[in-house]
Ligand binder design. Structure first.
Ligand code: HEM
Length: 458
């Protein structure tokens, strides 16, 4: 089926006022139970539906899966002004990061985005290259031939170190000690399989208590960070252009501790777990596809030899680029984008009211056989053959799109490639954990069991 055909089917309901088809006969019961038991299975049911817009009702919230690239583009780009991040995200994340870039709307969002943009300019990011390879090298140096490693925690401390040094310039050891318990508690609270995902924060569940405790500890660490910045003399402060100083300069007179906590937590959550997961899935996919790993090693050996990769080298490493594209296609850490219309809208021929929660799932669109042959197979090679030009726009959107696309995209792609290259120069990985992976849809798409590989020194 080509893209035009699919969109035509979705966009021509017979009568105006028609509602999209729904999942299940009694959606409230069926969908809520399905989401609690097996969120991924629930998403897959939506993907298997013949309609590109499918309604659902989970815990009383009316939502729609939007599964066609043209419709995704309409929501994120063409009609972006008619949508906001929405109630679902505000309810779950608002009290932690509501005043950070990810959730703000309107003028306040624009003000922050413009102020922070310089930290993400191409030339600026290129200067982070050495820090990225340096930390990756340090990670590999702590490993030994034959060792079996649990990959995710290793990659989390790598990406946290990189983020801390390049973008925040904070004492990351102290910050990490305060951050990890908070992130852990938040992951549990936001997991759709947990009771806490459906009750307010003041309800004293074990998870909620852990969130409140760790949030207080994180905020007091931030107080120390801010106090240390304030002690610096003006010229030292002005010379800085990390994200933290850009944020502090936005509210020079009144540094509001809660607001800063939201802003920093946004970057720590958005920029640390996502890239750590990308790297973790990359090692898993390379370990379980040895011929692809071999081809990557061949490319690295031929292009870099023993020298450390630089940002310029990345232009000469097309297979590495294809590996990253394919990892983000199969296991997009941001497995969906949420939106809610601010006014009645028409989408795919259906009229949707402003209370509709839209789910634009990369998890489904990236694995749709209308756009990808053998969609579940790890085939970096598919990106060689100009796939990107042939794909409809928004059949691939691991970093979202339109005005709210990921501000850290270039940073993340460079970091992931430099870390993969640096480590793969030194080690091959052998599969310990075998597919299929057991995954949870938390804030990000996360493994529920450790992903392990065995290291072989090269
Ligand atoms: C592989 C890694 C990453 C993935 C897959 C990813 C994915 C995404 C996606 C899909 C969005 C759009 C969400 C939406 O439209 O609702 C987004 C937004 C955002 N990302 Fe990333 N991201 C990654 C890395 C990073 C990094 C490294 C940073 C910061 C250093 C970052 C910071 C942000 C921020 C602040 C936003 C909100 C931007 C705005 O609304 O203006 N991300 N990310």
């Amino acid at each position: 089926m080509d893209s035009q055909q699919a969109i035509t089917e979705a966009s021509e309901p017979v009568t105006p006022g028609d509602r999209p088809p729904r999942l299940g006969r009694v959606p409230f019961l069926d969908n809520t139970v399905a989401m609690l038991r097996d969120p991924l299975g629930f998403y897959d049911r939506a993907g298997a539906h013949e309609s590109d817009i499918v309604g659902y009702n989970v815990a009383g919230t009316t939502g729609y899966f939007v599964c066609h690239p043209d419709l995704v583009e309409r929501v994120l780009v063409t009609d972006a002004d008619a949508y906001e991040k929405g109630q679902l995200l505000q309810d779950t994340l608002g009290q932690f990061i509501g005043e950070g870039l990810f959730l703000l709307e309107g003028e306040e969002w624009q003000r922050q985005r413009t102020a922070l943009q310089p930290a993400f300019y191409r030339e600026r990011i290129a200067t982070y290259g050495e820090t990225m390879t340096g930390f990756a090298d340090r990670t590999a140096a702590a490993w030994a031939d034959g060792q079996r490693i649990d990959v995710l925690p290793q990659m989390q401390s790598l990406t946290l170190n990189i983020l801390g040094k390049t973008l925040l310039d904070v004492d990351i050891e102290t910050t990490a000690a305060a951050l990890e318990p908070l992130l852990d508690a938040l992951r549990k609270r936001l997991d759709p399989r947990s009771l806490s995902a459906y009750v307010p924060l003041w309800v004293p569940t074990g998870t909620n208590r852990a969130v409140n405790r760790s949030l207080a500890a994180f905020q007091s660490t931030l107080d120390d960070v801010i106090a240390a910045r304030k002690r610096e003399d003006a010229s030292a402060r002005e010379a800085r252009d990390d994200v933290l100083s850009l944020l502090l300069s936005l509210d020079e007179e009144t540094v509001d501790r809660e607001r800063l906590s939201h802003q920093l937590l946004t970057f720590l959550v958005a920029g640390h777990d996502t890239t750590a997961l990308t790297l973790t899935y990359a090692w898993f996919l390379l370990a379980t596809n040895p011929e692809c790993q071999q081809r990557l090693h061949d490319e690295l050996d031929a292009t870099l030899g023993d020298s450390q990769p630089t940002p310029e080298d990345l232009f000469e490493l097309p297979y590495l680029d294809a590996v990253l594209n394919e990892v983000l296609r199969l296991y997009p850490p941001a497995f969906t984008v949420f939106r809610q219309p601010t006014e009645p809208v028409t989408l795919g021929g259906y009229e949707l009211s402003p209370d509709a929660q839209l789910t634009l799932p990369q998890w489904l669109v990236h694995r749709d056989e209308r756009w990808y042959d053998a969609p579940d197979a790890f085939r970096p090679k598919r990106w060689d053959d100009d796939l990107e030009a042939a794909l409809p726009d928004y059949a691939y959107y691991p970093f979202g799109g339109g005005p709210r696309h990921c501000i850290g995209m270039r940073f993340a792609r460079m970091e992931a490639k430099l870390a993969l290259a640096t480590i793969a120069q030194q080690y091959a990985v052998e599969a310990v954990t075998e597919p299929p992976l057991s995954l949870a849809m938390q804030i990000t798409l996360s493994p529920t069991e450790p992903i392990e590989v065995r290291l072989r020194e090269r």
